[in-house]
Design a protein around this ligand. Structure first.
Ligand code: GDG
Length: 742
């Protein structure tokens, strides 16, 4: 039984001072309607919470809040916990860093972003206020869900105070590509990513945003990832897409709602014999309102047959009128509206109706239901719920013209998709929409409606919260499990009792400490002796499984009675037998890949190529750490492109990128060898990402040990390579002891 704490910048209501006193007004917006819908429907909540708490800032003093609460009723399906920031702090945090830095940058308007350190300081201080508030109300077991770009630092601040809490973070706006994100000053971008990675689950609307986020984390924080799981500071963090949905049924119910039907009927009568186009947006440069108006203007010019037969209702919602860029934009839009009406209207017809005010829910739904087309063309939009609401509201007609640069476009492929800056395309799309046959309109609508009805807001919330719960469980399972004395005793005893034992050992980083140059890692006398002692007992087979080439392994270890695996499995030398090649990379592939790697050798001092029989490796251990890492990401991208649709794979190792044939990895090679031996004791030691394949293959029935920190599929971890020899010596000693006793 736990409680859910939702945190958003604002609470879902504001206080209004009227002549009658203080009243509480509900506010709207995508996030607010999503969470409110979820709270209102306990029947759809598959994860049960004993209480729901909403924490958000309040644009009023604490005294006014208390006075307002005393005379007004708050919703009873959640507890409200307001944060009361000082006005100047809030201003620099909200209008400053949130809306003058992050908002423009994340919506690909870098030219409009302001980089002021006092804005960032306020942003951090405001997050501290939130963190203190939450820490004060948190009780063990609570689930915390932080929302949106205003609070990107908060998850980490909470993590410091509440190390074990379940914390989710959802970004409602786009996460931009790395090239845009990197424009932020270094300390800020690190802080923002570090902040988000304080969460256990980081959610976005689309696959692209997830990929951009992972890419930025890798480039800036140099974290490792496996698919959508990120390893950061010994924690495992999930990131995934959760496209936000709408309360579909609410819009379907509005179709028969009396007040809505009344408004819809009067609209139909007023615009009898005319086609209606509708759009509703906040006043924001990201909404592409000027291009949209240009598109409509061109449509009226290019398709004069529609003169007198079409009306565009453009509804703009007042927003952020304290930021000067917004005020200027409003006047530019109003000038364009007048120009279009001046140019195209007749004495009996006005092609454009412009409103700058809020609509009631009934008015909004009536417009959705009546409009023959919705023209939704933002230049960027995290999702855009209006597009989904319009589709949900259509009864037997309606065409959605949608910008391909919205998150919604990746789900609503049956819309008429346009590039919002392409005025001609927008003009033609309006014509296409108005000429679209009703049968086609209905077919497209029903496909989209099915999808929106299915992945609705309840699904969105439930899937996010379930994934957070699963991530927490997975973290528990993966908690770094240090190999303790008592575990060693058990393993050594099992070894001693077994009749057929197999020990798989990685070479670099496991049997030999990592060296600046691969050639410096030749085995010491101490290692050779240890391996010889282990192999003296014929019940034990040692397999040295390495990424090294066969010649090097043969030269270094060929004289010992061990099985050698070169290049992760491309060549194998069974104990006492000759080398057998499993696969060779055709040389024409190397001819293509090597020049690309050479380019990066030239561009990254200290890096070099290792040309093995079936593998090409680019090492960057000896380079400047930042440069080497950055170059490795660039090379990786280039190699992935080059090897697409070929039987080659690109492997990210420990300070090395390797290209080799698909299907050859330590996991499958180790499994094949072990299967042919059928041992009753298996021990497997490794340090590298390529060893994880082995650990995963052996998850059942083997003792797997990772050397070094970091998330791993291995059962145990030992802190450093220095502990490997003493551990292996215990097996030798145990056998000797047993011989002496028996
Ligand atoms: C962020 C992201 C993402 C609008 N005008 C009126 C009105 N609305 C309602 C709509 C819709 C919501 O507000 C606006 O939807 P958005 O999708 O634009 O949401 P935002 O909160 O502005 O934006 C966005 C969203 O978060 C959700 O994650 O989609 O990309 O920027 O529900 O119906 N409602 C009423 N009158 C209006 O005049 N009643």
């Amino acid at each position: 039984m736990s409680r859910l704490i939702i945190i958003s910048n604002r609470l879902p209501f504001a206080i209004e001072k009227t002549e009658e006193g203080l009243s509480i007004r509900q506010s709207s917006g995508g996030l607010v309607s999503a969470i409110k819908s979820y709270f209102e429907r306990p029947d759809v909540q598959s994860i049960y919470f004993t209480e729901k708490i909403w924490v958000g800032s309040m644009d009023a003093t604490e005294e006014d809040w208390k006075a307002a609460v005393a005379v007004n009723t708050l919703p009873n399906n959640f507890i409200t916990e307001p944060v009361f920031p000082e006005a100047t702090l809030y201003e620099a945090y909200y209008n400053g860093f949130s809306n003058s830095t992050l908002w423009p940058l994340f919506h690909y308007f870098p030219g409009m972003a302001e980089y002021k350190s006092d804005f960032f300081d306020a942003y951090r201080n405001m997050s501290q206020l939130f963190a203190e508030k939450i820490a004060a109300i948190y009780v063990e077991g609570d689930v915390i869900w932080v929302h949106d770009y205003q609070l990107m630092l908060l998850p980490q601040m909470l993590r410091e105070r509440l190390p074990d809490a379940a914390i989710g973070f959802f970004l409602h706006i786009p996460f931009p590509s790395y090239e845009i994100f990197r424009l932020l000053p270094s300390a800020w971008k690190r802080a923002l990513l570090h902040g988000m990675l304080g969460a256990d689950l980081v959610g976005f609307h689309t696959h692209d945003y997830v990929q951009h986020f992972i890419q930025s984390c890798k480039m800036i924080l140099q974290v490792e990832n496996q698919f959508t799981t990120i390893s950061y500071k010994d924690r495992l963090i999930k990131t995934d897409l959760f496209p936000i949905g709408i309360d579909y049924q609410k819009f379907r119910d509005a179709i028969t709602d009396e007040a809505t039907v009344g408004i819809a009927t009067s609209l139909e009568q007023k615009f009898y014999n005319q086609r209606l186009i509708f759009s509703v947006d906040r006043l924001d440069y990201t909404k592409g309102l000027e291009y949209r108006l240009d598109g409509y203007d061109l449509f009226l010019t290019r398709y004069p047959e529609w003169q007198g037969k079409v009306v565009f209702i453009l509804n703009i919602i007042p927003s952020r009128d304290l930021i000067s860029a917004y005020v200027k934009r409003k006047s530019r839009i109003e000038e364009k509206v007048s120009a279009i009406n001046g140019k195209h209207s007749s004495l009996h017809w006005q092609p454009l109706i412009y409103r700058y005010k809020h609509l009631s829910f009934e008015e909004l739904c009536a417009l959705y239901q009546t409009a023959d087309a919705a023209l939704i063309t933002p230049l960027r939009d995290g999702m855009n719920l209006v597009a989904k609401e319009y589709i949900a509201s259509c009864i037997d007609k309606g065409v959605l013209i949608l910008s391909e640069l919205t998150g919604a476009a990746s789900e609503l492929s049956e819309a008429v998709l346009v590039n919002p800056t392409d005025v001609e395309e927008v003009a033609d799309a309006i014509n296409t929409a108005l000429n679209m046959h009703l049968i086609e309109q209905r077919s497209r609508l029903s496909d989209m409606q099915r999808r929106i009805a299915e992945y609705n807001v309840f699904k969105w919330t439930t899937e996010f919260l379930s994934c957070l719960k699963e991530t927490k469980e997975e973290q528990e399972g993966l908690k770094i499990n240090l190999l303790k004395e008592e575990n060693m005793v058990v393993i050594v005893d099992e070894y001693s009792a077994a009749d057929k034992r197999c020990i798989l050992l990685d070479y670099d980083g496991t049997l030999s400490p990592l060296q600046r140059l691969p050639s410096l890692a030749s085995p010491t006398t101490e290692l050779i002796e240890l391996l010889q002692q282990l192999t003296e007992d014929k019940k034990t087979e040692i397999i040295i499984i390495s990424g090294r080439d066969a010649d090097t392994l043969q030269h270094w270890l060929g004289a010992i009675e061990v099985t050698l695996v070169a290049e992760h499995g491309a060549a194998v030398k069974r104990r006492g037998a000759a080398w057998v090649e499993q696969a060779t990379m055709a040389s024409e592939w190397k001819d293509k890949i090597k020049p690309m790697m050479q380019l990066f050798v030239n561009r990254c001092a200290g890096s070099f190529i290792e040309d093995k029989r079936s593998t090409l490796a680019w090492h960057y251990r000896n380079t400047h750490p930042d440069l080497g890492f950055n170059r490795s990401r660039e090379l990786r991208n280039s190699l992935l492109q080059l090897t697409g649709n070929t039987p080659l794979q690109v492997i990210d190792g420990n300070k090395v990128l390797e290209v080799r044939l698909m299907g050859i990895d330590k996991g499958s090679t180790a499994m094949n060898l072990v299967r042919s031996m059928n041992p009753d004791f298996i021990l497997c030691l490794g340090d590298d990402t390529t060893d994880e394949d082995m650990f995963r293959a052996f998850i059942e029935g083997a003792h797997t040990v990772k050397i070094g920190r970091g998330n791993t599929a291995a059962g145990y971890t030992i802190a450093s390579q220095k502990e490997v020899y003493p551990f292996l010596r215990r097996f030798v000693q145990k056998v000797k002891q047993a011989e002496l006793q028996g």
